[in-house]
Design a protein around this ligand. Structure first.
Ligand SMILES: Nc1ncnc2c1ncn2[C@@H]1O[C@H](COP(=O)(O)OP(=O)(O)OP(=O)(O)O)[C@@H](O)[C@H]1O
Length: 250
């Protein structure tokens, strides 16, 4: 587990990361006149799982969308694998290996599982061959001829994650992957996230489920009113679990 250290800027980051896969510096964002993110900085190393935790409305989804280039009213600097991407479109970021998994999972209902997997283009040479996808997501192999509509919520979540890995994502941006899923399925999603991490893929996930977050993540950023108010390694996060649950109103 990486330990937090202070760098020259005073910004905490993972001790293990020589060069972060994702480096977010001083990001602010607005909806019209309303400022919802203020000077947010964070980083994710390859093979590291980092969560954004916070109350409803804290700005987690907006931050994830800003990182992906989907929220336009934002400023600050976003670097992916050493390349400044701040001015690049979401499509261009996807081609570099940033994988967006929205909370509605974005599955094409009328297409089969396999068609959902194969339809998006391979955008990076880190792309997982379909065989590797099926090895890590056996349920998708079993259901490969099923239409999207026939999948459970958990299967849809797995398909959405598998699809971006097949495209070549080296960083997954996951918006509440555990939302609305039964505990046993959440557990399976957690296992898959750990497998993905083992493949060197970085993961930044928005998560309200503190227990789940503590089983998958290396580090956590606590967001309140659009600012990072705490940066915790997982050990500290687990030690303060009940306090965090109270704070988050759970
Ligand atoms: N389309 C929008 N137009 C105006 N304000 C918005 C819009 N979407 C979100 N907001 C506001 O921006 C703030 C941050 O919202 P955001 O969805 O990023 O928070 P969140 O932490 O992801 O919360 P939740 O878990 O409820 O989605 C909130 O005050 C929200 O009301």
């Amino acid at each position: 587990m990486p330990e937090s250290t202070e760098v020259a800027t005073g910004r905490p980051r993972a001790a293990s990361s020589d060069r972060p896969l994702l480096d977010v510096v001083g990001v602010s964002a607005w909806y019209g006149e309303a400022r919802v993110l203020t000077d947010v900085s964070l980083d994710v190393a390859p093979g590291e799982v980092v969560t954004l935790v916070g109350r409803n409305g804290a700005g987690k989804t907006t931050l994830l969308r800003s990182v992906m280039g989907l929220h336009k009213q934002a400023q600050g600097s976003i670097t992916f694998d050493g390349l400044e991407v701040t001015k690049r479109s979401a499509d261009a970021r996807a081609r570099l290996g940033m994988g967006w998994v929205p909370d509605d999972r974005g599955i094409y209902a009328t297409l089969s599982v396999e068609e959902n997997l194969l339809l998006p283009p391979v955008v990076h040479d880190a792309a997982w061959p379909i065989e590797r996808v099926y090895e890590h997501f056996p349920v998708l192999h079993e259901r490969r001829d099923f239409p999207g509509t026939k999948l459970s919520g958990g299967e849809q979540q797995m398909l959405a994650m598998a699809r971006v890995l097949r495209m070549g994502a080296r960083l997954l941006l996951l918006d509440e992957p555990s939302e609305g899923l039964a505990p046993v399925i959440v557990q399976r999603i957690g296992e898959i996230i750990r497998e993905i991490k083992g493949q060197g893929v970085g993961v930044l996930l928005v998560e309200q489920n503190v227990k789940f977050a503590s089983t998958v993540a290396d580090r956590h950023y606590l967001l309140a009113q659009g600012r990072v108010v705490e940066h915790l390694d997982n050990e500290e996060f687990q030690a303060r679990e009940s306090e965090l649950l109270t704070y988050l109103g759970m």
